[in-house]
Design a binder for this molecule. Sequence first.
Ligand code: SF4
Ligand code: SF4
Length: 518
Amino acid sequence: MQTQLLDTIKATEQGQEAEAILRTCVHCGMCNATCPTYQLLGDELDGPRGRIYLIKQVLEGKTPTAKTQTHLDRCLTCLSCETTCPSGVQYGRLLEIGRELVEQKVGRSWSQKIIRSSLKNALSNPRLFQHALKIGRAVSGLLPKHLSEKIPATIQHSGWPQTAHTRKVLLLDGCVQPGLAPEINAATARVLDRLNIQAMLAPQAGCCGAVRLHLNDQSGAIKAAKRNIDAWWPLLKPESASGVEAIVMTASGCGALVKDYGQLLKHDAEYADKALLISQLTCDLSEFLPNFENELVAKIGGYGGDNVSANVGANVGTIIKQRVTWHPPCTLQHGQKIRGKVEELLRHLGVDVQLCVDSHLCCGSAGTYSILQSDLAQKLRQQKVAALEATEPELIVSANMACQQHLQTATTIPVKHWIELLDQILAELPSALPSALTTDLSPRIKVNDSVNELASIEAESLSQVDEGMSKAVQKKVVQKKNKSPSSHKNIRKSNVLDGADVDLSAQKTVNKRSKKKT
Ligand code: SF4
Ligand code: SF4
């Protein structure tokens, strides 16, 4: 696409970035075919190609209007168009630049400003959100339906493991998940505990910044990213003795943004390196758990697939036999480009899992979209629920709390995070006994306590890991040890950055040791 950007815009970093993106677009319009808002509204300007034109015009000097803003607001940022585009156009980044520019020139009415500011502040602050939730429960009868249906009854998680393990990962509670779906992280912690991995929460970490980014508050999103980096850095910096090897994301929306921290802060002298390392150490649960498929299959083994009926002594047979439909969130399949992993893992564990038609299309949740564009969001939800229900599932599973909440309000079929299903299956197995659980709602391990505790076991863990590694893997680790004094950190880095070979060897050794000890 030819461009003639204003000189004043061309002189900025954002202008240059936008121009480079615009030039990759060849106007083919293939992206329109998979755009939910184009399918719904049939207007070129409500599809990706039209929005790209609108942004181009603004960058070239045309004054945007409220209509321009509406077309950009209607975009779900689902990034389905990025998946479809044969030219690799980075539409999402272009939209961020375009929205910011249009916001500056068009502005918002006072009522819109108040709503957007309230959402930003209430949703991105866990404490404020908990209070808002309490008030919302009290007055839910007075709220419009699209708001009242989003307020669930009080929910508590059913136990967080208390056993310390040599291997550790960080989870992120984020902003709304502890209030709306605390069971997701607790279930993750229990599954990891059964794999001899300890799940931790850094006390100062909070909202990833996605809520603010959705609402065009880029500086607020950067502030949130920096706060999280500060919270995680003591556990993840190269010289740390914490043993934390990854940040495992249970909400694909948060994961997509945290993986982008490196990009978001690449020009920040103080944070660029830290942000990059943190992005590299971040993975979705569906990237982390398949590394332990063998262990999980061994635990479930005789109970899965065709063997269910032969071993139907426990409820597990009933659970695995459930017809399950997988709803992949956009932030997982388009944002993080992770496709097929959850279904594959669940199938290998014997679960009858399927996809619905048009599974690439957004359910309409999309951050604050379901509140700010409620009509469109409800239509998209209606279509998605109809497609999901057509598969006649007994359970719908997903990987993002917001999608789950959004869908659950329109169907009587239970909608859960897939880790809750796996946790339930493992909980029913006599061979997968959980360690001691706590129902403490704030099972956070203070960073300093954790570092002290971990420093004392690091030497033992290193000998365990080193002893069990294959010669090739040992060579790889020795090479890395020579580059840095922290050998444990090197192993951690290679787990995440260089593939699963070290990961699995080390894990098997630790598992064997644990079994011998017990
Ligand atoms: S964004 Fe990609 S798919 Fe859409 S018109 Fe441009 S090149 Fe074609
Ligand atoms: S991000 Fe989604 S809604 Fe927005 S233009 Fe792309 S496909 Fe359409």
